[in-house]
Design a protein around this ligand. Structure first.
Ligand code: HEC
Length: 335
């Protein structure tokens, strides 16, 4: 009798809640099974929502930081390659000026009988940078020239195009770009070689004016007929991009992988905390409320150990249960 009344009251009070209506409709025998299944479903719902939002936020964050960091790393890689190329071209210039200032005067007297290519800046720069250690074999330096004294310096097709571009545009100071080579991408920087000093024409003007020792060594067919102010060639350095790009890719994947592992750890820890701190106690409480709502006051009280919101809810629940039990007792007494 008492239970029927309580159940009836409950249905009346909370009939707007579809869950409770189902609860009420279930047979009295075996309420725990149905109630448990229902609460389990609710718990899954919270967890699912929580994880869904967590995943969406993470995916969005991952996307944005992947986009930004990839861009940044690639541009750093480009900067590094450009810096390397510039160091190389500056090193070539330093060798050239060292040769002019320190080597040539010492050996000038030799020129009359033996021509020493070591006194020629172009030779010194090219030969020195050729001696870079093996791991730098992809780094190249040439004084590419359309009509060179030494055939080694003859411009290849793409270098010849650059030289002609410099000839056509006197204001162009430098060209750079990335070329695909059989060994991968290579950044090149090309600066024009313009004859601005008449002294150059001693050896590169008319063969008749050139030192006899030079003619003896190089012949009179190549590297002559250059004109003042003419662009005769280009200093071309080329630096592989693959090393820097690989480094950037590795940094990118390391970053993304560590971000993902932080997320996985966070995900696991948050899920454990969600289960332990929120879902499990709430499920227990819902089950207890279920029991109390059908007049079963035999269940144990919640321990008052926790001081957080759930703990307070437990305390309130205990108090409510006691009040309800008291009220029921009074009603029963009256009836
Ligand atoms: C004493 C003679 C002499 C003078 C002066 C001289 N050169 Fe040369 N130059 C040479 C020789 C010889 C070579 C070839 C060196 C080699 O075997 O690599 C050469 C090579 C070069 C090259 C590389 C392309 C090539 O022809 O093989 C460039 C560029 C060049 N000279 C520019 C200049 C400029 C610019 C000046 C003036 C600032 C100048 N040279 C003055 C003798 C001279």
């Amino acid at each position: 009798m008492r239970r029927g009344r309580v159940a009836g009251t409950r249905m009346h009070a909370v009939s707007a809640n579809p869950w409770t209506s189902i609860n009420h409709a279930r047979p009295r025998k075996g309420p725990r099974v149905g109630g448990y299944a229902l609460q389990k479903q609710v718990a899954m719902g919270l967890r699912l929502k929580f994880n869904l939002i967590l995943t969406i936020v993470f995916a969005a964050g991952l996307g944005v930081s992947a986009y930004i960091s990839y861009d940044m790393l690639q541009s750093n890689a480009r900067d590094e390659v450009i810096r390397n190329a510039n160091i190389m071209i500056q090193a070539a210039r330093a060798i050239r000026s060292y040769t002019v200032a320190e080597i040539r005067p010492k050996l000038a007297s030799q020129l009359a009988h033996t021509f020493l290519p070591q006194t020629v800046p172009a030779y010194a720069a090219t030969e020195t940078l050729k001696r870079l250690p093996a791991e730098y074999h992809d780094f190249g330096y040439t004084e590419a020239t359309l009509n060179p004294t030494n055939p080694r310096d003859r411009a290849s097709d793409w270098q010849a195009d650059l030289i002609r571009a410099f000839q056509q545009d006197p204001n162009a100071k430098s060209y750079s770009g990335v070329r695909q080579t059989p060994r991968g991408g290579a950044l090149f920087i090309a600066d024009p070689i313009r004859i601005t000093d008449k002294a150059c024409l001693t050896c590169h003007g008319e063969p008749a004016n050139a030192p006899a020792s030079l003619i003896k060594l190089y012949g009179r067919d190549n590297g002559f007929g250059w004109k003042l102010n003419e662009v005769v060639g280009a200093q071309v350095v080329s630096v592989p991009t693959a090393v820097a790009t690989r480094k950037a890719d590795r940094a990118f994947f390391t970053f993304i992988a560590s971000l993902c592992s932080v997320f996985v750890v966070l995900y696991v820890v948050l899920n454990i905390m969600l289960g332990r701190l929120i879902l499990r106690p709430i499920t227990r409480m819902a089950r207890a409320a279920d029991e109390v709502s059908v007049g079963n006051f035999d269940i144990a009280e919640f321990e008052a150990g926790r001081k957080d919101e759930i703990g307070r809810l437990g305390v309130s629940f205990n108090r409510m249960r006691r009040s309800l039990k008291q009220a029921m007792g009074m009603i029963d007494g009256a009836g």
